[in-house]
Design a protein around this ligand. Structure first.
Ligand SMILES: Nc1ncnc2c1ncn2[C@@H]1O[C@H](COP(=O)(O)OP(=O)(O)OP(=O)(O)O)[C@@H](O)[C@H]1O
Length: 556
């Protein structure tokens, strides 16, 4: 764990402005702190010498006000930094994963994009400001001390490096325990996600109780790792506190002795005593905040590592970096092979495919690899070998994702407001296109009616149609639909088929279906055949006389 990772500013440009603002406020705080020491010493000296105190007191008051304003600004900017850095990281991760880069396994992806990105918030909001203050205030304090009273400056220079040295040693010891804690949290969140998703099935089979034990066991591991980190954190704060107190005491004693021997004036003596702690406390606070932000630092390291790999790979491949619009207007697969894991037989092997426009229908027996092929085109899976290019796509899976929230929010989910007109008229038009307008109009709050997680409150067919309405609204040039009419009655299926044909006039639509009606109107039809087992001869695609000319039969 490094105190500050400069890759943050490179990979997340949104972090630059808040970090620069924090640095500016840190410098202003340092200058004000030193001026306050002089003003306070001026007031005391004026009182002792029986001179008018109004002027130095006025300065002191003004400086306190400036310090209060700076403290307020630090809080505001720090909160802004926290939110913008974690939001930017989350967005960058999702964009990078969506633009075809290597993706970690699901558990790691979930913990990086949720708890990981959130853990970076205290790192940016609390730790970074103290780090900036620690880089500025001690330097200014020592430089001023060197002018006002060089022996005190010498003591501070000799003792201050002990603080970062001790902090680094303790940080090194904490690194392992923080890693353990982070790993426990990642496995807890991954397991929790799986349990929540599978809860209906677990309850049906009477296995839900067992999961309580497993969650308790993983939570216990996380608790033990947290306590271990906290123990080190408390001990190390106490050690740094003691060291700083002893160092300040040495300065105070030497200043006191010289004052009593009359070899030093009261003014510089007071300034030296007031400034000496300023050289230590910012570094002490870095130590304290570092423990609070250690999770964030570890998560940041993982997130930046993941982003760095993806952005590097995309740049090497000459593909556009995350967020940029892809230049290719067709789907192009060359020699694509995909296996779910090393050692497993490929589900797709040496597949060549070009889809340039219109409606492209994929059929094949269950388990032949149709969904896997759509996942590959969507960029959700990365080919084990071969080359694949595809424009940005909107993918309606067999179980479309619906979030807890209003129908309106679900229709515009993930859409950039600038690209998708969000007016209600447009949304009603989409609902009408999928035949869901009557159902939504009959709901108590229309478009504002809230549905539960996973579309709770809607039937399977209504969920499917809501997802299709979202696809109708989506601006992406490629639409991927996996069994879009699976849960629909014949009338609704007919309406959706007509909609799919209409959609294919203005973008590329690839549909996996079993419905012959859709196959009949397809511009192209790909029928996937099962891959031969090792040793069996490959099926020869000699069924052309049995199927229409536009149909291709291939082994995936
Ligand atoms: N996560 C996975 N790990 C290992 N094998 C998998 C995984 N997911 C799917 N498979 C296997 O890959 C093959 C293709 O699955 P896929 O879901 O692509 O088939 P499909 O043609 O879409 O089937 P269906 O029509 O039933 O939806 C199947 O044999 C399946 O068992």
């Amino acid at each position: 764990m490094r105190p500050f990772d400069p890759r943050l500013l490179r990979v997340v440009p949104a972090a630059r402005r808040p970090v620069a603002a924090l640095a500016a406020i840190g410098i202003a705080t340092g200058v004000t702190t030193i001026a306050t020491a002089f003003a306070l010493a001026g007031v005391v000296v004026a009182v002792v010498d029986d001179r008018p105190v109004a002027a130095p007191a006025l300065w002191l008051g003004a400086l306190f006000v400036v310090r209060a304003v700076l403290a307020w600004a630090t809080e505001v900017v720090a909160a802004w930094a926290g939110v913008s850095v974690s939001t930017a990281l989350r967005t960058a991760l999702v964009r990078a994963w969506g633009s075809g880069g290597a993706r970690p396994d699901r558990t790691t992806a979930v913990s990086l994009a949720t708890a990981g990105a959130s853990a970076v918030e205290p790192y940016a909001a609390r730790y970074l400001p103290t780090l900036v203050t620690a880089a500025v205030v001690p330097v200014l304090a020592v430089a001023t001390l060197a002018v006002v009273d060089w022996p005190s400056a010498l003591i501070v220079v000799a003792t201050v490096p002990l603080l970062p040295l001790f902090a680094a040693l303790i940080g090194h010891a904490t690194a392992d325990s923080t890693q353990r804690r982070w790993a426990a949290l990642a496995s807890l969140s991954g397991h929790f996600l799986d349990v929540v998703r599978g809860l209906p099935t677990l309850v049906n089979y009477g296995r839900a109780g067992r999961q309580v034990e497993v969650v308790r066991e993983v939570s216990e591991r996380h608790r033990r790792a947290t306590m271990e980190t906290l123990r080190i954190a408390f001990l190390s704060s106490a050690a740094l506190e003691l060291l700083a107190t002893i160092s300040v005491a040495i300065v105070a004693v030497t200043v006191g002795l010289r004052l009593s021997y009359g070899s030093m004036a009261l003014g510089p003596a007071l300034v030296a005593i007031l400034l000496a702690p300023e050289a230590y406390w910012p570094i002490r606070r870095v130590g304290q905040e570092f423990h609070a932000a250690a999770d964030g630092a570890t998560a940041l390291d993982d997130i930046i590592g993941a982003l760095d790999d993806i952005i590097g790979a995309l740049e090497r491949a000459g593909a556009p970096a995350a967020g940029a619009d892809a230049p290719f207007a067709r789907v192009d697969l060359r020699d694509v092979t995909y296996s779910y894991a090393a050692g497993l037989a490929p589900v797709v092997r040496d597949l060549d495919l070009v889809v340039g426009s219109g409606l492209y229908v994929i059929t094949g027996t269950s388990g032949v690899g149709k969904t896997t092929l759509l996942d590959l085109v969507a960029g959700l899976k990365v080919p084990t070998s071969g080359a694949l290019t595809a424009p940005p796509s909107h993918y309606v899976t067999q179980r479309p994702f619906l979030a807890a929230g209003s129908i309106r929010a679900n229709l515009t989910l993930g859409h950039d407001d600038r690209r998708v007109p969000g007016s209600d008229d447009h949304l009603w038009q989409a609902l009408r296109a999928v035949g869901l307008d009557g159902v939504v109009a009959g709901l108590p709050e229309g478009l504002s009616t809230r549905i539960g997680d996973d579309g709770f409150g809607l039937s399977a067919g209504q969920r499917q149609r809501l997802a299709l309405a979202r696809a109708w609204l989506a601006p992406e040039p490629l639409l991927l639909l996996d069994e879009p009419t699976a849960h629909l009655d014949p009338d609704a299926a007919e309406a959706v088929n007509a909609l799919i044909v209409a959609l294919a006039h203005r973008r590329i639509v690839i549909v996996v279906t079993h419905r012959p009606e859709l196959v009949a109107v397809a511009d192209e039809h790909l029928h996937l055949l099962p891959l031969p087992d090792a040793g069996d001869p490959a099926p020869t695609a000699t069924h052309h006389d049995l199927v229409p000319a536009a149909t291709h039969e291939v082994t995936p």
